[in-house]
Design a binder for this molecule. Structure first.
Ligand code: NAD
Length: 333
């Protein structure tokens, strides 16, 4: 078992990573908790025992279940049960469950503690750690939310055995990102150590910039094209697959801006290929449409902003030259 900490002063919390970590849930609950609301989905074959009185609340599957209606249902069910601020929510699931239950916990009684038990690879290396919670609106993804740090996070690598292969690869797309944020030889590490290395990287970044005033934006490496592909898309791409293509694009862009050399681009291709992830634009992609979408990215303030590798490591860079954006897209066609 590997134990890590997200360093946030008196809101610091533990992250337990390893086989069987879910059996240590009771130990990480805040002191004095008498009741636990477990939030999960029907399809998740993971049970937890909080060791105190608890009830299970089931939410819907997929991005459609991640909405304000689900948050209202949860809060009303908790109120009817009599859940108080001295109790705790335990979210057992992937990013959809931890984002939705985390947000409901953030606003119920103006905030009650939440512990995340992440059951997808993407949840373990990314979504469950860092305190971003939220839901979708019909107008767009993740448009309503709150920063609400969990009291603890559990990443039990045993539960990943039942994850469908496509969902596992989805998580590997986010994992590949960390290989360029300073995690060395990630693909060579055993699963438990690889998850822990990603969590440690995210914990360090979140500890330095909890609310994305600056440095936290580097966690969006590969995401500008990734998001554009998801938005443009009737493409059959999971988030992690879109990010994988976005990582290769970011490297090709950095090459054309003189920030990295060809060997560094080759390194990006090697890492992404080692996870068996896609590296090229889906057929039928329209470069002009993708470039138009870059400008609508949440990070874009004045123009088109990318997270790019370079001599100082990965950082936020404004890219104005459309010809360069286009040339790099051609390199991944
Ligand atoms: P998901 O939560 O939809 O889970 C994928 C599927 O796997 C679901 O059908 C789920 O029921 C199933 N599943 C979960 N655990 C399982 C298990 N152990 N065995 C078998 N099946 C299991 O998808 P996800 O990729 O985990 O999360 C995506 C969401 O995360 C998106 O909404 C995204 O916006 C959010 N996200 C949030 C953050 C953040 O910082 N808060 C970061 C990245 C992504």
């Amino acid at each position: 078992m590997i134990e890590l900490e997200v360093p946030l002063g008196d809101r610091s919390y533990r992250v337990l990573v390893g086989a069987g970590a879910r059996h240590r849930l009771k130990e990480v609950l805040p002191a004095g908790v008498q009741r636990v609301a477990v939030v999960t989905q029907e399809s998740i074959p993971v049970t937890v025992d909080p060791g105190v009185e608890h009830r299970v609340f089931i939410i819907g599957e997929g991005e459609h279940g991640k909405d304000l209606g689900t948050v209202e249902d949860l809060c009303r069910d908790w109120a009817e049960w009599g859940l108080t601020r001295g109790d705790c929510v335990v979210a057992v699931g992937g990013g959809v469950v931890t984002d939705t239950a985390g947000f409901a916990a953030a606003i119920y009684h103006r905030g009650i503690p939440v512990v995340h038990v992440a059951t997808t690879l993407l949840g373990q290396v990314d979504a469950a750690v860092g305190g971003k919670t939220g839901v979708n609106l019909p107008e767009g993804k993740n448009l309503v939310g709150a920063f609400w740090q969990p009291a603890a996070v559990i990443c039990d690598t045993d539960v990943l055995a039942t994850l469908p292969p496509r969902e596992y690869r989805n998580g590997q797309g986010e994992m590949a990102k960390y290989a360029f944020l300073g995690v060395d030889r990630l693909a060579d590490l055993p699963l438990e150590e690889a998850v822990a290395a990603c969590v440690a990287c995210k914990a360090e970044v979140v500890g330095a910039d909890e609310r994305e005033g600056g440095r936290r934006a580097i966690l969006n490496y590969g995401h500008t094209l990734g998001h554009a592909l998801e938005t443009a898309g009737d493409y059959d791409l999971r988030h992690g697959e879109a990010v994988a293509i976005g990582l290769i694009y970011a490297a090709e862009l950095a090459l054309r801006l003189g920030r990295v050399d060809a060997a560094r681009v080759a390194e990006h291709r090697r890492v992404v290929a080692s996870y068996d992830l896609p590296m090229n634009l889906p057929s039928g992609s329209d470069p002009a449409e993708l470039i138009a979408l870059f400008a609508r990215d949440k990070k874009a303030i004045n123009g088109i902003t990318f997270v790019l590798d370079g001599p100082n490591g990965v950082e936020l860079v404004e890219v104005i030259d459309q010809a360069v954006l286009l040339a790099a897209l051609e390199a991944i066609q």
